[in-house]
Design a protein around this ligand. Structure first.
Ligand code: PBE
Length: 266
């Protein structure tokens, strides 16, 4: 394809998401590292980015977005990642569960469930697809839990019941984290905890668990995406390790866009 053409057709815009997201930092680095001087990264929201993608896709217009997996967009649209030979987007990563200090003593049952929480990309995608098809996040979580009792019973195995104990989970409104937080929140609720979910920005998500005002987050993308946030607070919270592996970030285009590598945008 002709990269000049795609620059012109997209106004040299890469459609991004919330400014604090790790993928935005990576996308900015890609502009620098690949010398994409003409290009700019547009800040917005995950929802606005998806709306732009839908619109472009329906009209077979070229578009470049910041995309990540798992995500339902890959099952709804024919998309591809642009090759990233410099590895700016960090390669395959893990999502970790992080809890506040003292949670193990204060709520050992919830701590145990959060520690045992672990699933696969296909599980998370299923929840995301339910939501995309119109269910509320909490309905989608309930449906997935009902269909996956065996998996869920491994998470709750050996844990004390909640008996109404309060638990607060923080998350950012990324589709991945809407899915995971609603599922683990619903599991804790069904196990007797009084669960509240707080949607915040990414900085406050980490700060909340570090300062103890929130109990847990299940959306820490490591080691690359959230490296800065993690390093800032790592002495002030407890990292319970991965709950999912095999994520990916990058620049994503519809398959009908005739370039294959970030290098071709130069
Ligand atoms: N994401 C989804 C986030 C982490 C989860 C890739 C948009 C980010 O870039 O920070």
């Amino acid at each position: 394809g002709d990269p000049k053409a795609i620059g012109g057709q997209t106004n040299y815009e890469i459609i991004g998401i919330e400014p604090g997201a790790g993928i935005m930092k990576q996308a900015n680095s890609s502009i620098t590292e690949y010398g994409l001087d003409n290009w700019k990264l547009v800040e917005g929201s995950s929802a606005a980015m998806i709306a732009e993608l839908k619109k472009a896709y329906e009209n077979k217009q070229p578009i470049i977005i910041t995309g990540w997996s798992p995500h339902w967009m890959f099952s709804k649209f024919d998309l591809k990642y642009l090759d990233d030979p410099k590895g700016v987007f960090g390669g395959a990563e893990e999502i970790h569960t992080i809890v506040r200090k003292g949670l193990e003593q204060d709520a050992p049952g919830a701590y145990k469930i959060l520690d045992q929480f672990s699933w696969e990309t296909g599980d998370m995608e299923a929840v995301m697809v339910y939501i995309e098809e119109g269910m509320s996040p909490s309905e989608a979580a309930e449906k997935w839990i009902a269909e996956n009792q065996e998996k869920v019973s491994k998470w709750t195995n050996g844990a004390d019941k909640g008996n109404g104990k309060k638990m607060n989970l923080v998350y950012v409104a990324w589709d991945t984290e809407i899915a995971s937080t609603n599922v683990i929140g619903k599991v804790l609720e069904q196990y007797g905890y009084d669960v509240s979910l707080s949607q915040v920005e990414v900085g406050p998500m980490y700060a909340g668990v570090a300062n103890g005002s929130s109990d847990a987050l299940v959306g820490a993308w490591l080691p690359s995406t959230h490296e800065e946030y993690f390093n800032t607070y790592k002495n002030d919270f407890v990292d319970l390790g991965l709950n999912l592996k095999g994520t990916k970030n990058g620049l994503v285009v519809p398959k009908y866009v005739e370039i294959n590598s970030i290098e071709e945008l130069k």
